[in-house]
Design a protein around this ligand. Sequence first.
Ligand code: FAD
Ligand code: NAI
Length: 464
Amino acid sequence: MADQNFDVIIIGSGPGGYVAAIRAAQLGLKTACVEKRATLGGTCLNIGCIPSKALLQSSENFHEISHSAAEHGINVGSIALDLARMQARKGEVVGANTKGVEFLFKKNKVTWIKGEAKFTSPTAIEVAGSAYTAKNFIIATGSDSVPLKGVAVDETRIVTSTGALELNAVPKHLVVIGGGVIGLELGSVWRRLGAEVTVVEFLDRITPTMDAEVSSAFQKILAKQGFVFKLSAKVTGAILTETGVSLSVEPAKGGPAETIAADVVLLAIGRYAYTAGLNLEAAGVAVDERGRVKTDAHFATNVPGIYAIGDVITGPMLAHKAEDEGVAIAERLAGQAGHVNYNAIPSVVYTWPEVASVGKTEEELKAEGVAYKVGKFPFTANGRARAMGAMDGFVKILADAKTDLLLGAHILGPDAGTLIAELTTAIEFGASAEDVARICHAHPTLSESVKEAALAVEGRALHI
Ligand code: FAD
Ligand code: NAI
């Protein structure tokens, strides 16, 4: 019989779990990772980050060719969408990534235990009828879509992100419930391929945790792309009809309802920590009021030897946050001093243009009573952005009014997700706005806008 005792067993093979497993094995720990899905990689690789970015890229290519080719002097004639091929390509991208994790497990001698893990005691789990023990367990079971009363998901006409990634026809009218990251990314995919997209958002603005100035400019750009926004509104019911779905929508504060007809409805109102089936009670692991596994600053639960990371604990539900926590906990279990700087975790919305942020928003600084300076630079004044024909948006830098320390950075514009890395590095290294302003940036690149925004903090931008 195979050896069933390990130094560490990780439950869940998403970005948190699989990275923790690789790092633990690198550090010499005898490591196993339990995954109930048929492939490794969790939500992110199978039904999240990777398939959504594959479709975002394909739909962006389609849109670019249909809308911008002529402007660049390229005559392509009529173009046609082969959605089946686009979806097949997405599948190939996902397959290559999940196989990649399997290869990394083999390379690092991580044992993949296939099946659903459930605790039978604080020191043992059971998977597919076999018992496994370990000195330490790491819970990395991720998250799932939040349901909405009156809106029954069938993943065909009323879908979560999982179904929205699998549609085999472009809906005529897609209604998205929730103006957050999933709604806007997947709404963009189907909008670019020809769908009418209406977003119903409960609050009075989209992406409510984003810097308000950025979110307002972002909404205007999406509206120009044809998105219709119904803000301060709530869906109270969804009924399947012969041709699609009939939605009842009311003002968020209550009032007369209206009916909206949709071909497909995407429910994207957030995700919740997933612990179903784990039998946490048998281990005595405590969860908070929102069902998240409670941990201290070092990922320890209330039960010695059981830790938790990623979407299943508090903090932003992001793959790179989960990964960094995976590295940190593996290093701590190996006697090192791993830690995560939560003030330097970037977040990116992969729409066109992209939106990327790191550190504090203006609203957070105001609420904390911190005196700050703002430097802004628009992409209209950047030569490379002009050459690309991508002038929407700006870079916004927030620095401490007294010390000039970088407190936050927000970019709405082309390749914002890549540009934010420089400012994340700067925040991680405790840089000032002037430090960034004095760094030589290649010309002509989009990154010059970052330098100019840093110069603008002291009112000395050069190209505006
Ligand atoms: P998960 O990736 O959710 O993995 C948990 C795994 O645990 C799953 O595979 C599950 O099957 C397994 N599991 C659960 N219970 C058990 C059990 N009892 N036994 C065995 N296995 C179990 N984040 C980004 O940073 N960038 C993006 O671009 C991005 N895009 C996204 C797009 C979509 C559509 C969605 C839904 C999410 C996206 N995210 C993105 C969020 C990202 O996917 C998550 O933050 C990330 O996957 C969390 O990683 P995790 O390891 O905590 O959990
Ligand atoms: P979200 O939290 O980003 O957005 C949900 C939106 O729905 C919010 O604007 C909220 O106000 C609204 N809402 C809540 N209840 C509502 C209701 N009843 N009616 C109408 N609107 C309602 O959640 P989303 O988009 O589901 O994404 C879940 C998580 O996945 C996010 O936390 C995000 O971090 C992660 N993710 C990250 C991506 C990235 O990094 N690019 C991409 C996709 C997902």
